[in-house]
Design a protein around this ligand. Structure first.
Ligand code: SF4
Length: 765
């Protein structure tokens, strides 16, 4: 009998939406930022609900912004401690629009799949549990207990626990992530991929190898008095906007900012801080120096700067911190010797940056030691992502800019609690010490076999080695690489389960049976037996704080993540397990008591997470490298990237617009790049356009060819843009279809979304 197949579109509508091109706005935030924040908020939530919620976001007894992981000030401004994109994230979650059973009765998954991701997201909050049964194209309502029974029976049908996968997106609280991680282990698998596999896993691996911990070492206030802050492969103006306030403070204290990025992003050009009256009138110039490096050529750039610093140091022996190097590091001599293998002109040419700018960077760094390097996906999502980060760590180690105030590493996390999820146990690899604590305190023996990370999970589903896929938040299909491959993988599952707040494409491209389990938002009250519950999160700098919503939940039929997971586990184990899941789901204090015992560094979380919260242990801050070879921080040798581009190939990097957070599309504008009302755009250097005989707004197809397989992203409008020749940029998730699932960063397996080799051809329209 012909297997039933839902005719769903993987990419959705590819129709243009009526582009409007204007001069890019080269001033970040300011009055316009406030206007946009309020426009989105009032449109989705109404005025009163907006003002109530905005005044509580990131406040001491308020709720944590559901967007990025930039730390809140310990002294939040009563005026409002949020940015434009924080307000958009709140408006997106706290919208009063709802998606209920009537909605799904009216719209089939096939019909919905023809829309864009932006349109899907705008329908509103999911407000009741829904099931998509085999052979059906319409979701229908299901009771919570029936949903837990369905998942449990599918899990019991599996031949091995490793046929199930438990994915986590970085918005889940520490309490939810802890229970989820313990349920997966109690079920018998370490198949716990999470969104950091696709973003900062390269940072975790590189920092673990060189400094002994996979997290950054700086605290927020370190930035205020740094002498030099390098912002590499990051666009803070859009992705971590309150970081601009910290850079502004640094500059006011005489510090210098160096931006290293193929694109000169507005946030690092000029910033009008609306927290100050002056910020409404005039802005602060941000980067003192912009190095427009070629895509993924940070290693030649940094190696050249280090080589020049080494020459200066040879003369004066004051440029490098030799006492620090001798005391705390190893590998210095090898690195010096390795410099001789490289010709300065070759490094200069590869970097794409002018010699004058390089010399200026060297002059900024030569006599400074309070140096911080901040980075994001522009360093991590490459085949050599791990080495990119190690090369910047070399700079910090040679300068002794590690383990002291106003100096160190700062990988800026994209999702609000992605670091917390890992800290409380969401990981696909085996941590023996953690397993011992689980056995001791939770009374069961966790599995000892490494599980699937994100790429492994995609392949396991695609190869039908995994049959049940559960997602705690997120939009897996659109976040992952190789969209068509990932779609096939999901559709080959017997069951896919999404714990979500908003409708997205992963609800439409599903397993044979699919469940939508709607959950409580960050900004909403989480009540139990008349008591309000709070949860904890960990920000990008390792500080754990509490978060407590204030708004009435979107519906009475939604359930908090911790309670939902606990009830599922209680159903699966039929109430017979060493952990009393049901009680844990009701009383988060009990979860935190377990977290205190099992997760490293979380002692007395209940008490210490109050107010400004507390910092988790960080060996780098103590200059303790005892876990590393010879107890020393590692200076490493990193090779030049080899892209091997063909004559007609370009290097493409996927980027976010200013109206977007990860795969969530808030709007169709990108005012900092001058693009309005359109997402299918390709940013290209005008000389490259000329050489391809292309003119502005020509329609093109973008193709990648890896291992002989052609992948195509169809219909993009070419836009001349200030980007180095040979380099291209376009938005994700629309261009994730070009990224091959099996090409990723060595060791970390982070997809190569920032350096994809492509060709561009005019489309026949
Ligand atoms: S900087 Fe990040 S965490 Fe802070 S308000 Fe903006 S989006 Fe939210």
């Amino acid at each position: 009998m012909q297997e039933f197949h839902r005719n769903v579109s993987i990419s959705g509508s590819e129709e243009f939406t009526g582009i409007d091109l204007k001069e890019p706005i080269r001033v970040a935030a300011g009055a316009l930022g406030v206007k946009e924040a309020l426009r989105h908020s009032f449109k989705e939530m109404g005025i009163v609900r907006s003002m109530r919620a905005l005044l509580e976001m990131n406040q001491k007894d308020g709720f944590d912004c559901p967007s990025c992981a930039w730390p809140d000030s310990e002294h939040p401004s009563k005026l409002g401690e949020y940015c434009e994109n924080g307000a958009k994230a709140l408006a997106d979650e706290a919208t009063i629009k709802k998606v209920d059973a009537d909605f799904f009765k009216k719209y089939s998954v096939e019909k919905l799949s023809l829309l864009t991701d932006y349109q899907l997201n705008k329908f509103g909050r999911l407000v009741e549990p829904m099931v998509l049964r085999p052979g059906s194209i319409h979701y229908e309502p299901i009771e919570w207990q029936e949903a837990f029974d369905l998942i449990s029976s599918e899990l019991r049908k599996l031949d091995s626990p490793d046929e199930a996968i438990f994915y986590t997106s970085g918005r889940s609280s520490n309490e939810a992530a802890f229970l989820y991680g313990m349920f997966a282990r109690a079920f018998g698998t370490n198949n716990m991929p999470d969104c950091s596999n696709m973003c900062h896993e390269s940072s975790g691996v590189a920092l673990g190898e060189t400094l002994g911990i996979g997290k950054g070492s700086v605290k927020l206030e370190d930035l205020y008095k740094a002498e030099v802050i390098i912002v590499a492969g990051q666009n803070p103006g859009t992705n971590h906007p309150r970081m601009l306030s910290a850079l502004e403070k640094c500059k006011k204290n005489g510090g210098k900012v160096i931006s290293i990025n193929p694109l000169e992003e507005t946030g690092l050009v000029n910033f009008k801080n609306p927290q100050h009256l002056k910020g409404w009138i005039s802005g602060e110039d941000m980067a003192d120096l912009h190095l427009a490096v070629n895509i993924n050529q940070d290693i030649p750039l940094v190696k050249l700067i280090l080589k020049k610093l080494a020459v200066l140091d040879k003369k004066e022996r004051t440029v490098f911190d030799h006492e620090f190097i001798e005391t705390y590091t190893q590998g210095y001599e090898k690195l010096l010797a390795d410099f001789d293998n490289y010709d300065e002109d070759e490094l200069l040419c590869l970097s794409g940056v002018g010699l004058e700018k390089i010399e200026e960077a060297v002059s900024f760094l030569a006599n400074k030691s309070k140096i911080i390097v901040c980075w994001a996906m522009g360093l991590t999502q490459h085949k050599n992502g791990v080495e990119n980060i190690r090369e910047y760590v070399n700079l910090l180690l040679l300068k002794g800019a590690i383990g002291k105030p106003n100096a160190g590493t700062c990988p800026v996390r994209g999702h609000s609690n992605v670091q917390g999820d890992r800290s409380v146990g969401i990981m696909h690899f085996v941590d023996e010490a953690l397993n011992k604590r689980i056995e001791k305190h939770l009374g069961f023996k966790p599995p000892g076999k490494e599980g699937y990370d994100t790429v492994g999970a995609m392949k396991a589903m695609h190869d039908e080695k995994a049959k049940v896929f559960m997602c705690l938040g997120g939009n897996f299909l659109m976040a992952a690489s190789d969209t068509e491959y990932t779609a096939k993988a999901l559709q080959r599952c017997d069951l896919t389960v999404q714990v979500s707040t908003k409708l997205n494409r992963t609800h439409l491209v599903t397993g044979k049976t699919a469940l939508i389990l709607p959950t409580v938002g960050r900004s909403e009250k989480d009540m139990k037996n008349g008591q309000q519950r709070y949860f904890t999160v960990e920000n990008s700098m390792g500080r754990v704080t509490q978060s407590k919503g204030l708004l009435k939940p979107a519906s009475e039929k939604i359930m908090s993540e911790p309670e939902l997971i606990a009830q599922l586990a209680d159903t699966y184990f039929k109430g017979e397990h060493s952990m009393d899941w049901k009680v844990l789901g009701e009383d988060y204090n009990l979860i935190r008591q377990y977290i205190d015992k099992v997760a490293k560094g979380f002692e007395k979380t209940e008490e210490r997470s109050k107010g400004p919260g507390y910092y988790l242990p960080n060996n780098v801050r103590e200059l303790d490298f005892s876990k590393l070879p010879n107890g020393k921080a590692q200076i490493t040798i990193n090779n030049l990237p080899n892209h091997d581009l063909k004559e007609d190939e370009f290097m493409l990097m996927t980027i976010r617009s200013h109206d977007q957070f990860n795969t969530t599309i808030y709007g169709l504008d990108d005012r900092y790049r001058g693009v309005y009302n359109e997402r299918r755009v390709l940013f290209m250097n005008s000389e490259d356009m000329e050489s391809l005989n292309m003119k502005k707004l020509d329609v093109v197809n973008i193709r990648s060819n890896y291992d002989g397989q052609i992948r195509t992203a169809k219909k993009f409008l070419v836009i001349p843009y200030n980007i180095p020749k040979g380099n291209l940029a376009a938005y994700f998730p629309e261009t994730n279809v070009l990224v091959p699932y099996n090409h990723f960063a060595e060791k970390s397996k982070t997809p190569i979304s920032k350096s994809i080799k492509v060709t561009v051809k005019k489309a026949s329209v």
